[in-house]
Design a protein around this ligand. Structure first.
Ligand code: MC0
Length: 148
């Protein structure tokens, strides 16, 4: 299996931010992007917004702004340790279980035994940053009919 069987494209780059509204203000008013989607994910402990132009092709990567919902959130811990900045790189995949299995067989640990729910009803897992050269790599299988 080569990587074209595993990955479709870069889905998004996730940025840890202390305050979602402040970050949206910067990325829209200063950088000129638009908010494409916003949601709260209690299981992941985040309030998030997807940022982009809205006119791109479906395979153009978006920017994901991730703010912590509470101090136990992985994003809160990341902010304490590193400050605001790039927290994750997300690869879009056809089949998250198949990709996790293939990567596990190549010695890359995934964080969850089964996929969890991510942005817009997607199915997600993560590769441990210690196995990927220091990058928290998310695997995203988009929902067939994304939730808005
Ligand atoms: C931790 N490390 C990282 C890292 N987080 N390295 C690169 N990028 C990151 N984001 C490194 C630390 O520097 C440390 O290395 C080692 O990993 C252990 O870190 P820790 O500070 O002790 O933290 P842990 O072990 O408690 O948690 C790290 C872990 C966690 C990756 C397991 O962040 C996690 O479960 N992440 C996946 C879930 C997530 O990120 N959810 C928020 C986004 P040293 O060398 O110091 O030992 S939700 C999302 O993304 C959803 C909504 C979506 O897109 O659909």
């Amino acid at each position: 299996m080569d990587n074209t069987d595993l990955f479709i494209c870069i889905d998004h780059v996730g940025l840890a931010v202390p305050d979602l509204d402040d970050a949206i203000k910067f990325h829209t008013e200063v950088m000129g992007w638009r908010v494409l989607h916003r949601e709260r994910n209690d299981e992941q402990g985040v309030e998030e917004a997807m940022i982009g132009t809205g006119t791109q092709g479906a395979e153009n990567a978006q920017i994901q702004l991730l703010a912590p919902l509470n101090e136990n959130s992985t994003i809160a811990k990341f902010l304490v340790k590193n400050g605001p900045g790039m927290q994750q790189l997300a690869y879009r995949v056809h089949d998250v279980e198949k990709v996790a299995e293939a990567l596990n067989a190549r010695g890359v640990r995934t964080l969850y035994p089964a996929p969890k729910i991510g942005t817009g009803g997607s199915r997600i897992n993560f590769c441990h940053p210690k196995d990927t050269g220091g990058v928290l790599l998310e695997l995203v299988e988009p929902a067939a009919h994304p939730a808005h």
